[in-house]
Design a protein. Structure first.
Length: 460
């Protein structure tokens, strides 16, 4: 009992179970079976890729605009009068060739004015001819009078000598002096008449010129009584009828040219820059002939009109670029021209291009060589993901030149035959292993986009 009641023994009794438990636990941990290891395959994500290629890209810019005739014409009455003739087919929508007669205004008043002017002109010509005859007569008379004056002076000298010798009376001498004075006056009268002839003739010639001008004006007015088509055209408005009095300045006919149409479209500055990227930098529009400059730009265009499911196309020419920028839309106007818009019409399928048709215009620049095209969705903050030969991801910094449609043009930063990831990959970590799957359809679409401008929307 004494041993049991000993405090040291009691502490020993309490420690022993703890020591035994620790030994047992250590033994079990040391000799336990290891858990069975299961081999799980590593997850490798699949990604769609394309292989980059250097291509020739045709830069494009699209816009929309309304068709306008290249030339419009208003037949404004330049003379007043009653309409006496109207071509039966002169109606809205009718076609006429150049110089076709459309309307006639009564020419009677203008024919009468011509007859009067011609009569006045003939009278003036007769007066001028009369002056020429009068000049000849005066010259002949002047010659005679000069001879008579010479004889009169000789006689006066003789009479003067006799008078000084008191051989003739004073009255006789005075008569001889008077006779000589009259002869001198007669000669002076002829000279005065001769001197005034040039001014009289000049006045008549001025009257002749004035009346000839009036005659031309009368002929011009007469020609204005016949209204003809100035070019091949289509009538859009008719305001004159037979027996109706046409006032001077009245619009009688309106017509549009059928030779060509214009379509003004507005292109953004970024798209315009894209087109101009293909132009030789040595081209200077202010220092070259306009036609040469236009040819060196090398732009061409296609005009499309959609009628339901039917799309009609016309080849067009980029005719000119607007001189100012639209302040509201910040766009630049480009005017394209379609020649002979009424050719190749197919009823119900291919209409003609007429005023106010809303059309799509695609403008194409010169091909850009050595371009690499990738989908815009493959770019993340100017970065793309490349798949190496070891199937590892690698980030590449790029600097796109511009975007066109659903792709971006890269001319620096990417090499040909590089595998680029085009599908979304989250997360995308440098060095991670992926399984590349070549997207042949996307490659074909990019090639098609570069050459023909087809959209990538079908691939989405």
């Amino acid at each position: 009992m004494a041993i049991i009641s000993n405090p040291t023994f009691k502490r020993f009794i309490l420690i022993v179970p703890i020591i035994i438990a620790l030994l047992v636990t250590s033994y079990l941990v040391k000799h336990r079976k290891k858990p069975e290891q299961l081999d799980h395959p590593r997850y490798v994500p699949s990604v769609r890729v394309i292989k980059t290629k250097e291509l020739s890209l045709i830069p494009r810019a699209n816009g929309n605009g309304y068709v306008q005739p290249e030339k419009s014409w208003q037949a404004i009455a330049q003379v007043a009068g009653k309409i006496v003739h109207k071509t039966p087919m002169l109606k809205k929508g009718a076609f006429f060739k150049k110089n076709a007669i459309l309307l006639k205004i009564d020419p009677s008043a203008y024919e009468l004015a011509i007859a009067q002017m011609e009569s006045v002109i003939e009278q003036i010509k007769a007066q001028i001819a009369s002056l020429d005859v009068e000049k000849k007569n005066i010259l002949a008379s002047l010659s005679i009078e000069e001879k008579a004056l010479a004889l009169s002076k000789k006689e006066l000298n003789r009479q003067t000598a006799l008078f000084e010798k008191n051989r003739i009376s004073a009255s006789r001498f005075d008569q001889e002096k008077l006779k000589h004075s009259k002869q001198t006056a007669s000669l002076q009268t002829l000279k005065n008449a001769l001197n005034i002839l040039p001014s009289n003739k000049k006045a008549l010639q001025a009257q002749l010129a004035m009346n000839q001008s009036k005659l031309k004006d009368a002929h011009l007015n007469l020609s204005h009584t016949i209204i003809t088509a100035p070019f091949d055209c289509r009538i859009t408005q008719v305001n004159g009828e037979i027996a109706q009095f046409a006032q001077k300045g009245q619009v009688l006919i309106k017509a549009d040219s059928t030779n060509a149409v214009e379509i003004p479209v507005h292109i953004s500055v970024s798209k315009m820059r894209r087109l101009l990227t293909s132009v030789d930098k040595s081209v200077k529009p202010m220092q070259e002939d306009y036609k040469d400059w236009k040819n060196k730009l090398g732009f061409r265009a296609i005009v499309r009109f959609r009628l339901g499911q039917v799309v009609s196309e016309w080849q067009a020419e980029v005719n000119r670029i607007d001189a100012s920028m639209d302040p509201q839309t910040r766009t630049i106007g480009v005017i394209v021209v379609v020649e002979k818009p009424y050719e190749k019409i197919r009823l119900g399928e291919r209409p003609p291009l007429i005023r106010n048709m809303f059309c799509e215009v695609e403008i194409m620049g010169q091909p850009l060589k050595n371009c690499i095209l990738i989908p815009r969705t493959a770019i993340h903050n100017k970065t793309v993901y490349k798949v190496s030969k070891e199937s590892k991801l690698k980030k590449i910094k790029i600097d796109p030149v511009f975007s066109q449609g659903n792709f971006s043009v890269i001319r620096q930063g990417l090499l040909s035959d590089t595998q680029i990831v085009i599908s979304d990959l989250t997360p995308a970590v440098d060095g991670m292993i992926v399984k590349p799957i070549m997207d042949e359809q996307m490659s074909e679409l990019i090639l098609s986009e570069a050459n023909y401008g087809h959209s990538l929307e079908a691939h989405k």
